[in-house]
Design a protein around this ligand. Structure first.
Ligand code: ADP
Ligand code: MG
Length: 306
């Protein structure tokens, strides 16, 4: 019967670490024409490391301390990397920590620290440019890091009261390696006739450098869409849907709108709760290569029914 075939399909998936939330998801995944991948934490391992710290005026330690203060409450992979790099340093206490998904995190210094009441922000270069002037040498450092496939973030410190534009305290460079199974996963999807697309909030230079790394590791040419905000990811899913059914795979809060819009939303098992709650399926083993298995499983289950 249909329910029995679906149930056995769902449990076959579970044995391989593919959590499928319902029969509808199992049914539709086999028919997708394209798969959109988030970059950070999906095509890459999601364990970036701080590789560079360039202070502007102050010390390297000051840049890391301030950045770690803003990132302390964040679950973003970049936040974990910054906190790692700041281990052992005296990180100031903060209040009012909040995330601007796809752009920045920000918090207010509190406690007895000098600078109490000031806002600390760790931001993408693009968002930072909307908040304050970026000096030419800072921009040059950002460009150089991005050309090396690294993500550059700026550490900003606001003035008390927040009337004046914040000042740039430093640049942090982070590098996140592609997942070892990402290139084979993309190749497997290509063999199944599925179009593959990268959607990332990271900048174009870094995204293209990662796509080039993946191609050298055996992946087909990836379509790269970079510098996307969460709502841009959602819009690109709609564009892809003009050509047929779309699966989106991601891990972050910034991916949730796109996961909800996609015909099948798939969360990385180690991703944020928001991504897991929004998705129709999850890859519990943290391997993107499970995706081609999921499509093959769906196609087999549906052909058993028909
Ligand atoms: P991705 O789509 O690659 O997962 P995001 O959309 O989460 O990336 O973030 C896009 C960009 O916004 C990051 O590359 C970074 O510049 C900035 N950003 C987002 N969240 C943070 C954070 N917690 N700390 C620092 N920068 C952040
Ligand atoms: Mg991500």
């Amino acid at each position: 019967s249909v329910p029995a075939a679906i149930t056995s399909g769902v449990s076959a998936g579970a044995r391989r670490g593919l959590l499928i939330k319902g029969g509808a998801a199992l049914e539709s995944i086999g028919g997708v024409r394209s798969v959109a991948f988030d970059k950070t934490g999906t095509l890459t391992a999601g364990h970036p490391r701080v590789t560079d710290v360039h202070p502007v005026g102050g010390t390297r330690e000051d840049v890391l301390r301030l950045a770690a203060a803003a990132e302390a409450g964040s679950s973003h992979p970049l936040a974990r990397a910054v906190l790692d790099a700041a281990r052992g340093l005296n990180v100031p206490a903060v209040t009012d920590a909040r995330a601007l998904p796809g752009r920045a995190v920000t918090a207010r210094l509190s406690g007895t620290e000098a600078g109490v009441g000031r806002e600390v922000t760790v931001s993408s270069p693009g968002h930072a440019a909307a908040l304050t002037d970026i000096a030419q040498d800072v921009q040059a450092q950002v460009t150089r890091l991005e050309e090396q496939g690294r993500t550059a973030v700026l550490v900003l410190l606001g003035e008390q009261g927040g009337q004046v534009a914040p000042k740039v305290c430093g640049v942090i460079g982070l590098r996140d390696e592609p997942r070892p199974d990402a290139a084979p996963a993309l190749a497997a999807l290509h063999r199944l006739g599925v179009r593959t697309v990268m959607l990332t909030g990271d900048n174009t230079r870094t995204a293209q450098a990662i796509a080039d790394d993946l191609r050298r590791a055996g992946a087909p040419e990836l379509e790269v869409h970079a510098a996307l905000l969460p709502e841009d990811k959602l819009r690109l899913i709609r564009d892809l849907q003009a050509h047929g059914s779309v699966a989106m795979i991601g891990d972050g809060i910034n991916d949730a709108p796109a996961l909800a819009q996609a015909d099948v939303g798939i969360a990385m098992g180690g991703g944020t709760d928001v991504a897991l709650e929004t998705a129709d399926a999850a890859l519990l083993r943290e391997q993107v290569s499970g995706l081609a298995d999921l499509i093959a499983l769906s196609r087999a289950t549906m052909s058993n029914i028909r």
